[in-house]
Design a protein around this ligand. Structure first.
Ligand code: GDP
Length: 298
């Protein structure tokens, strides 16, 4: 994950080691190299600009520290600014005071929503919750069956439209899913929704209608970290079309360049809550900006 970015930043910062005092020219040169590394990692330009400006300003104004040499100080600043653009503190999932809480998943087809539904359900079970998965992706053939399979693997119930009733109305299924959760005393409902290969109006409207119908405590935008800069465009479209309260990054086990992870929080203003890094249900964790920054800095 992020190998190229990580290698680049490590080598840029390595060049500072052994220097006594850093001149403004040293800092400018370092900032330029960091800028190129971030752009090559497909980080959105406005995010790169703001990041570089902050690092330069802080590095030039850095107080003389007894404990850290100049190179270490720059590394510390870069690390802190990476943590900041990744969201700072870990944000915990919002749950309703009066259960059931509703968590809705939205994103493009193939982003990993259905897999995530299983991962999230398993994780929530581990936290002592009793989630119910609701199958509202009625577009993609097999999506309902796939959700039933991950539900079974995660050991949780799945609410799905009865077969034989045609395609069904996802808004109606979402509402009935929440009713079922109340009846069977599940404290959390996870609503899987349909995605398309690209952003389209009908998908957006459907997701917005489901959101309006079940008033979720969290709407999680699920995005494949491998799609880089496209993640930012997709996030912006979902933000305008449906709105969301948090982000889940998937496929961080792939050869993601970092662009999606480093841009999405700044561009959308919404925090990254979880990260997925594999196809198995266990390949999932709460997102920790500080740990991710440390991994990026190698
Ligand atoms: P959906 O269309 O958004 O519901 O996406 P799916 O959950 O069906 O996932 C699409 C594909 O991505 C499947 O083959 C999943 O096994 C795979 N996938 C999902 N999450 C991850 C992940 O974190 N890492 C990897 N390597 N593959 C994933």
């Amino acid at each position: 994950m992020f190998n190229t970015l990580s290698d680049r930043l490590t080598s840029v910062l390595q060049n500072l080691r052994g220097k006594g005092r850093l001149s403004d020219a040293d800092i400018d040169a370092t900032a330029r190299e960091i800028r190129v590394a971030l752009l090559e990692a497909d980080v959105a330009l406005p995010v790169v600009r703001a990041f570089i400006a902050k690092v330069k300003e802080r590095a030039k104004g850095a107080e003389v520290s007894q404990a850290l040499n100049p190179a270490q100080q720059v590394i510390k600043i870069v690390n802190e600014e990476l943590v900041a653009i990744l969201g700072g503190e870990t944000r915990r999932i919002n749950l309703a005071k009066n259960p059931p809480s509703v968590i809705m998943l939205a994103g493009l087809q193939g982003a990993g929503k259905t897999t995530l539904a299983g991962k999230l359900a398993k994780w929530l079970r581990g936290q002592g919750h009793t989630p119910l998965l609701v199958a509202c992706d009625l577009q993609r053939p097999n999506a309902v069956t796939q959700l039933q399979v991950v539900g079974e693997r995660a050991g949780v119930s799945v609410f799905a439209p009865e077969p034989g009733n045609g395609v069904g109305d996802p808004v109606d299924v979402a509402k009935r899913g929440v009713e079922e959760a109340k009846r069977a005393q599940h404290d959390i409902v996870v609503v899987d929704t349909a995605g398309r290969l690209g952003v389209d109006e009908e998908m957006m409207r459907q997701a917005a209608d489901i959101r309006a119908a079940v008033n979720p405590d969290e709407v999680l935008f699920v995005v494949d970290a491998m799609i880089g800069q496209d993640a930012v465009n997709t996030a912006t479209a979902f933000s305008e079309g449906v709105g969301f309260t948090g982000v889940v990054l998937t496929k961080l086990d792939g050869d993601a360049r970092g662009g999606a992870a480093l841009s999405v929080r700044e561009v959308t203003g919404q925090p990254i809550l979880f990260a997925s890094n594999g196809e198995k249900l266990e390949d999932f964790d709460v997102f920790h900006p500080d740990r991710m920054a440390s991994r990026i800095l190698g």
